[in-house]
Design a protein around this ligand. Structure first.
Ligand code: PMV
Length: 316
């Protein structure tokens, strides 16, 4: 263990993972989406004082140390240096920051955005600044762009706010209130998929059939509006069929896969109230809305149908 880690951290900050409940892909074209934090998995940043060296970040999970005043092109350095500039801090403080995460990587659960969020929240606080949530979200978005090209901004938003959000690209955000908590299982197909490629595929098909795709996006808007109402009135049983419908629309726009469809079917057969792919699709994750009494059985059915990991989260 490094000497400085023997001491207590001066600040600890965490940020949750995320999943998309409705509206992925269409959100890139300006329609609303609902995203929720994933409780139980999080990124964590611990700030320790150091004697010299400026800000050094130890990314524990990938066994990498980033010296933010030397490794200038590393995304962690860019995030850190953007924050210093944003707060008009001319001389970087001497800090060691220990960064870790229990959020599965490259799984559409927002691990990258969560790591940047935890890092910036902790660092700002250690320098005596409390960032407003929208400020934090904007700073994280700058780093998201490095990885995802032109992301809609949904990941940084839901993770910075750490509560369900009704998100429309470039519009004022609405954090949502859940009248009744609901249970979601997030199951991974184990098939790696790059969101950027899935988004590019949709773009290609959209340009070939704009009218048809606009109709799909309208359908997704309607699903989102009804899902929002169901959540805000606590009519959770209404939410299930809406997720099913959203999955069908996502199949139409070409972002499902045999593996995703198999998990969606398995969840439904085992008694889920509704199920759909979640996030970029093509591979990656699906979600199932379940009654508390069905968490175990649906979870087992998903594993039996080939899910490589199932995470349970409650949205509230
Ligand atoms: O793959 P994820 O979970 O990061 O989701 C991306 C969501 C998209 O709508 C497909 C892209 C975006 O930028 O919003």
């Amino acid at each position: 263990m490094r000497d400085d880690f023997v001491h207590q951290p001066i600040v600890v900050a965490t940020a949750p993972g995320k999943f998309i409940l409705t509206g992925e892909h269409a959100v890139v074209y300006g329609t609303p989406a609902i995203a929720c934090p994933v409780a139980g998995v999080h990124a964590k940043a611990e700030v320790y004082t150091a004697n010299s060296g400026g800000i050094t970040v130890d990314a524990i999970d990938i066994n990498t140390q980033i010296r933010t005043n030397i490794d200038l092109t590393h995304p962690i350095s860019l995030a850190t240096n953007n924050l210093l500039q944003h707060l008009s801090v001319k001389t970087p403080p001497n800090f060691h920051i220990k960064l870790s995460s229990t959020i599965p990587i490259a799984a559409g659960l927002g691990s990258g955005a969560a790591i940047t969020t935890a890092l910036l929240k902790a660092l700002a606080e250690a320098m005596g600044h409390k960032l407003a949530t929208n400020e934090l979200s904007d700073l994280v978005y700058e780093i998201e762009k490095l990885f995802h090209g032109t992301p809609s901004g949904i990941d940084n938003t839901v993770i910075a706010y750490a509560q369900p959000v009704w998100f429309i690209r470039d519009k004022t955000l609405q954090p949502m209130k859940c009248a009744t908590p609901f249970d979601i299982l997030i199951a991974d197909t184990g098939v790696a998929s790059e969101t950027m490629r899935a988004v590019a595929g949709v773009r290609e098909r959209y340009t070939q059939a704009i009218t048809q795709y606009k109709a799909y996006f309208d359908e997704i808007t309607e699903i989102g509006l009804q899902a929002k109402a169901a959540i805000e009135t606590g009519s959770i049983s209404d939410l299930g069929p809406l997720l099913d419908k959203n999955h069908v629309t996502l199949q139409h726009i070409g972002v499902s896969s045999p593996e995703l469809d198999a998990l969606v079917t398995a969840a439904k057969v085992a008694g889920a109230l509704g199920a759909k792919l979640s996030g970029g699709g093509v591979g990656g994750n699906m979600i199932a809305l379940v009654k508390p009494t069905a968490i175990k059985s649906v979870s087992e059915a998903l594993t039996n149908a080939g899910a490589t990991r199932v995470i349970h989260t409650q949205v509230n």
